[in-house]
Design a protein around this ligand. Structure first.
Ligand code: SAH
Length: 345
């Protein structure tokens, strides 16, 4: 196994300045250099044409760019794209680009190779967990898609809703979010970057003290412990009675509204009684519920309810004064929808 290279997008502005200083170059060159990667969307040091050839050679000898390479890309009828990307150690991950409007897109990034949580309805954890993704491997998923887009098209949102549990890869996820937010980096507003968690309470607590005002989504899927233990096995460690207070503290400390994701599975968590239980659980919190009709993976057990059942569940939540939206399912035909991304095809 080769040693892990250092990739350009692993580095902060300060680290790039230090690297340049070690070559005898002035610090001010760091920002234009990073702008080539994050803003001008090039994919090699050679394409950074206003840097001297000597500097480009020194850079290539010291660091590598980019950290992911395309193995395959598929496009859905609805415009969603899913890419299989190869990592430096031969492993691979999937990542998705979802249209939010005609010219704007959301990138759904992965944070780990595989996933340790083991939700039975989700394809991402089917083959277990292999390793965390690094700062560069996260940032470069976004830059990969940025390069595919036309000049009029922009990335308006980044969601950590691909493979993995982002809050158990806290440091790299937070640094990646910083690079994606920083003016010297990708420059996207922190409010347009959302971290989704299966309910890793220590991570939620830490996040509420961060300077960066990221969005937070919690995959709830059930309002009682017995059912949630089955749907999201992390609940056995961080049960609803620990999770909900941690979410309330987050809302209080950050001043931000939290999103709860609730995937509806036919006959499992879609009854009106369960809608009322959910509304009751969330009644005092500044939050928003995002309903997702389940996407099918291998197991026939996990099917979406009929549209009228979904509608009735949504109406019941509304009736009980819960703010709720129904998420459209993008990319199902290419298996790029929620819970369908996996570490390799
Ligand atoms: N581990 C994090 C990040 C993954 S986000 C988390 O759990 O939040 C992916 C979202 O898709 C989660 O809300 C997940 O529960 C949901 N999901 C997984 N499989 C799904 C399926 N088959 N149908 C609908 N949503 C699914």
């Amino acid at each position: 196994m080769p040693n892990r290279p250092t990739f350009l997008t692993d580095l902060s502005l300060k680290q790039v300045e230090d690297l340049l200083a070690s070559f005898g170059e002035p610090a001010w060159r760091a920002k234009p250099l990073l702008a080539w990667a994050y803003k001008k969307r090039v994919a090699s040091f050679d394409a950074m044409t206003d840097l001297s050839k000597t500097l480009r050679e020194k850079l290539s000898a010291a660091i590598t760019f980019p950290s992911v390479t395309e193995l395959e890309v598929q496009e859905s009828r609805d415009g969603t794209r899913k890419a299989l990307l190869k990592l430096w150690d031969g492993r691979s991950i999937e990542t998705a680009l979802i249209p939010s409007s005609k010219w704007q897109f959301t990138v759904c990034v992965s944070s780990q190779v595989g996933c340790a949580i083991g939700c039975p309805f989700c394809a991402s954890g089917r083959y277990g967990y292999e390793r965390n993704l690094s700062v560069s491997e996260i940032c470069d998923q976004v830059l990969y898609f940025a390069r595919l887009l036309g000049t009029d098209e922009t990335i308006s949102n980044i969601v950590f809703m691909g493979i993995g549990e982002p809050l158990t890869n806290y440091l790299d996820v937070l640094s990646a979010a910083e690079h994606l937010n920083a003016p010297w980096g990708f420059g996207l507003g922190a409010r347009n970057i959302t971290i989704s968690t299966a309910g890793y309470v220590p991570g939620i607590e830490k996040l509420s003290h961060e300077r960066l005002q990221l969005g937070l989504a919690v995959s709830l899927h059930a309002a009682d412990n017995a059912l949630r233990n089955k749907l999201v096995p992390l609940n056995r460690k961080y049960s609803i009675d620990k999770l909900i207070p941690a979410c309330s503290s987050y809302v209080e400390a950050s001043g931000r509204r939290i999103t709860f994701e609730y995937a509806l599975f036919a006959g499992i968590n879609d009854s009106l009684e369960q809608a009322r239980q959910l509304a009751h659980l969330l009644r005092d919190m500044n939050c928003h519920v995002n309903l997702i009709a389940a996407n099918s993976t291998h197991e026939s057990e996990w099917q979406a309810p009929a549209p009228e059942v979904v509608e009735a569940f949504e109406s019941e939540l509304k009736r009980m004064n819960i703010t709720v939206t129904l998420r459209r399912n993008f990319g199902r035909d290419i298996k790029a929808a929620c819970g369908q991304l996996r570490k390799s095809c």
